[in-house]
Design a protein around this ligand. Structure first.
Ligand SMILES: O=C(O)CCC(=O)C(=O)O
Ligand SMILES: [Mn+2]
Length: 179
């Protein structure tokens, strides 16, 4: 996965780290404002997130290449909630079978406006790649917060690391969500 040029910052429970593309990002102690947002997003999605990764895109030349969020630090099947602030950018899903030339499935483009919350539920990350391509006509910055559920350092995968509530959950465009 190719990340934005400006690097990453993360907040989360003590001891959590996120390793991707050969980079390990340790969780800083929760900032009170970020924690308040985390609580709101957790309530909205119905999942107790324990980690948030912040990406900053200084303008449309910063981008993220096509990838899936499939790192071993992530609790399998937990949702990922992505909050966007600042410049609007296109987020593109591409189906794994289309990528491999096995099926003719159109990519799905979602314009992520400031304040939008995109929720990727299982099995989205298994079957769809995503990217945030370069946009030469975007001149202002964007900040993205992805709320995640990470495996606690001492846990094994046999131990539940999160609670999913059923009911009262909110999804991005439920009818067209690429799940
Ligand atoms: O900035 C975004 O909307 C996507 C970020 C992303 O895919 C990631 O951090 O894994
Ligand atoms: Mn991603």
């Amino acid at each position: 996965m190719k990340g934005p040029l400006s690097g990453w910052v993360a907040f989360g429970e003590e001891g959590l780290t996120y390793t991707f593309s050969g980079v390990t990002v340790p969780a800083l102690t929760w900032d009170p404002i970020i924690l308040t947002i985390r609580d709101l997003v957790s309530e909205l999605v119905g999942c107790q997130f324990n980690f948030v990764l912040l990406n900053r895109y200084k303008d449309g030349t910063d981008k993220i290449g096509e990838h899936r969020d499939d790192e071993k630090d992530l609790v399998p099947k937990a949702p990922i909630a992505s909050l966007s602030l600042g410049a609007e950018r296109d987020f593109i899903f591409r189906h794994v079978d289309a990528r491999q030339g096995k099926a003719d499935i159109d990519p799905v483009t979602i314009p992520l406006t400031s304040g939008s919350l995109l929720v990727m539920r299982h099995p989205t990350n298994d079957v769809w790649y995503h990217s945030l391509p370069e946009r030469r006509n975007v001149f202002s910055p964007r900040i993205n917060l992805t709320f995640r559920v990470m495996v606690p350092p001492s846990a094994t995968q046999k131990v539940p690391a999160f609670v999913i509530k059923t009911g009262s959950t909110t999804q991005w465009q439920a009818d067209s969500a690429p799940i």
